[in-house]
Design a protein around this ligand. Structure first.
Ligand code: NG1
Ligand code: MG
Length: 518
């Protein structure tokens, strides 16, 4: 499937957003003309996402269920004519005080240099550009170097907020670079795959959920993303319901910046689940745990499939029915409980002994590319979270696929069941994966008190955003509760404008697209 070229903003946004988006897009084009003295050739757009369920399991290669939101990144682009010598990229942001204008050259070799040690907004552009360059080279041996571009960027996805501004930026950038270099029909899957690898170049050992959720979605659907046997995504329409599903997103305003906290938060978790996969494979004497697409080359899903292959002779576990797959996961929860017994975590020495691998080897293989800091590795808790979360995604998906409720009671029952799964995720994140924080816990508690069916953190956690399944008639009540008991109490100085941004009711939006201007 190809990235679509939108003809009007009605193709891109939910009905109620088109008016305000028209104002924004016109402003963007006007500003572009002021800055660069001409019209852009096209606009490349990619949205942020909210993850409905399936947290921190994408990089373990288990299915997840995010949806695209309306907030997005727009890149208005004018392409320079091809010329010998270095090509120049000029990048301006509509908020130049926050994101300074930059200019850089791409040398004749075509290679794009990224200094991932610095937190710099244009790194995300460079990473998309560099990924696109590589893909274009693969497709056309003669391709070497990207053309130059003038770009004006406008992003409405809050950064560091768990709504994946980074993936939106990388996907929009890669798409812009493909288009600028003459690729009119960009394949969605190719774009996602290149964006996943590109974003790792910026220093985070990420999974593939965000890029999938930014590119693939069709408006009105959630996205069921699978990573095995290969990356694929299925749009899941929400069931027709008398009182529809409403997801409310609330910011904690605790900044969660993965580049600073990576070594003790996100990147550490990636290492822990990898070590858990190695540990379990060793304990069960698995011979064929294949290396896979997980960020460190070994995943809990890889262990899972190898376990059932060796124990039960199931060669292609991805053909196993969802029901049996759930049973397998339940079995694995039991195995972890029985064999990964150390609540206090495992030291490097203990792991080295169990894995029969020297500490130096272990460190150089798994802890060097993305450095981490830890004395003990809580494999038990992390693996319990991953397997149980994978079960919850399957259950949630099953509920969405159930026949539409006919009566009010059935409607209520479905909403409650969905909400309950989200609540269980929050408990698991808080207690087992330890990626929540008191502020996120508090937002969830308040929402449930005001009538939310389900409440949990969304995205990486340790701050950032939360997502809540709320009955339509209780949305205002929940908002009031947060305003009074969280935002105003915790941030008494907060401006009305910022408060306005804190809570967003989001409908499932559409994925990446291009828009031709000239
Ligand atoms: P955020 O921090 O919300 O962009 C991150 C990862 C995802 C996924 C979630 C946790 C990146 C780009 N994204 O999302 O792949 O692992 O955390 O479920 O690092
Ligand atoms: Mg991100």
């Amino acid at each position: 499937m190809e990235v679509p070229t939108a003809k009007s903003l009605d193709d891109i946004y939910p009905e109620d957003a088109v008016k305000s988006q028209t104002v924004r897009w016109n402003k963007l084009i006007g500003r572009f003309k002021e800055e660069f003295g001409k019209l852009p050739d096209f606009v490349s757009r990619s949205p942020g996402r909210v993850n409905i369920i399936g947290e921190h399991i994408d990089y373990c290669l288990y299915e997840v269920l995010p949806m695209a939101i309306t907030a997005d990144v727009l890149l208005a682009v004018s392409v320079h004519p091809q010329a010998p010598g270095p090509s120049t990229i000029r990048l301006i942001n509509v908020h130049p005080q926050k994101f300074e204008s930059r200019e850089f050259d791409i040398p004749d070799t075509g290679d794009v240099h990224i200094d991932s040690a610095t937190l710099e907004w244009t790194n995300y552009f460079k990473s998309g550009l560099s990924g696109a360059t590589e893909l274009l080279r693969k497709k056309n041996k003669a391709f070497q170097q990207s053309v130059g571009m003038d770009i004006l960027a406008d992003g409405t996805v809050p950064s560091g907020g768990g709504l994946s501004s980074s993936a939106a930026f990388v996907c929009a950038s890669a798409l812009a670079a493909m288009k600028a270099n003459g690729e009119d029909n960009v394949d969605k899957k190719e774009l996602v795959e290149l964006a996943i690898v590109s974003e790792r170049a910026v220093g985070v050992n990420s999974g593939g959920m965000d890029q999938s959720a930014s590119v693939f979605p069709l408006r009105g659907s959630a996205l069921y993303v699978s990573f095995v046997p290969e990356l694929s995504a299925k749009n899941i329409a929400f069931p027709e319901m008398k009182s529809p599903l409403v997801f409310v997103i609330a910011q904690s305003f605790v900044a969660a910046d993965k580049h600073t906290t990576g070594p003790v938060c996100y990147n550490l978790r990636v290492v822990e689940v990898t070590l858990a996969a190695l540990f379990l494979s060793k304990i069960f004497g698995l011979k064929n745990v294949p290396s896979d697409a997980g960020p460190l080359g070994v995943s809990l899903r890889g262990f899972h499939d190898a376990f059932f292959q060796q124990k039960e002779g199931i060669a292609n576990n991805h053909h196993t029915s969802k029901h049996d797959f759930q049973d397998q996961l339940q079995t694995l929860v039991g195995k972890v409980d029985q064999y990964l017994v150390q609540d206090e975590g495992y030291t490097r020495e203990q792991l080295s002994e169990i894995l029969q691998m020297s500490i130096e080897d272990m460190e150089s293989k798994y802890m060097t590319k993305f450095p981490i800091r830890a004395e003990r590795f809580k494999l038990r808790q992390r693996a319990l979270h991953v397997f149980s979360e994978a079960i919850r995604v399957l259950k949630f998906n099953e509920l969405l696929a159930s026949p539409p409720p006919q009566t009010d009671a059935e409607n209520e029952e479905l909403l409650k069941a969905l909400g309950e799964l989200m609540n269980e995720t929050q408990v698991s994140c808080r207690d087992l994966f330890e990626n929540s924080c008191p502020e996120l816990d508090e937002l969830c508690r308040l929402a449930r008190k005001a009538g939310a069916y389900g409440s949990r953190l969304t995205g990486a956690g340790w701050g950032g955003c939360s997502v809540h399944l709320v009955p339509e008639d209780k949305v205002e009540g929940v908002r009031r509760k947060w305003t009074e008991e969280y935002y105003k109490t915790k941030f008494p100085e907060m401006t009305a404008e910022k408060l306005e941004e804190a809570v967003v009711v989001s409908r499932p939006g559409s994925g990446s697209c291009l828009f031709e201007v000239a």
